[in-house]
Design a protein around this ligand. Sequence first.
Ligand SMILES: [Zn+2]
Length: 106
Amino acid sequence: MAADTTPTSIGPAPVDEVRTQTRAETDEFLTSGLVPVTCAACATTVLAKKNSPQHTSIQWISDAATSCPELAEQVAAGTPSARARPCARLRESIAAADREGVFRRA
Ligand SMILES: [Zn+2]
């Protein structure tokens, strides 16, 4: 005999919602609008995308932790490289690319 132990669903779980959104964002991220930008100082290349003037998405495509000294410092301090901030020069390069209009906005 099998007891019915299925839990009753009471509304959405906030944590699951966040995970779903992040996954959808990542999928979109991988397929559209990414532009390679190379740091003028350390030659680290990333794929960058401007979602809005304030929001830049960055995907590391090289081992940035070894190619960018600034990033290497963050990683040495315990920040996962995927979550580290790009170095100042790379942010400048992305801003310059944005001024040149390389980012397509939906
Ligand atoms: Zn750099």
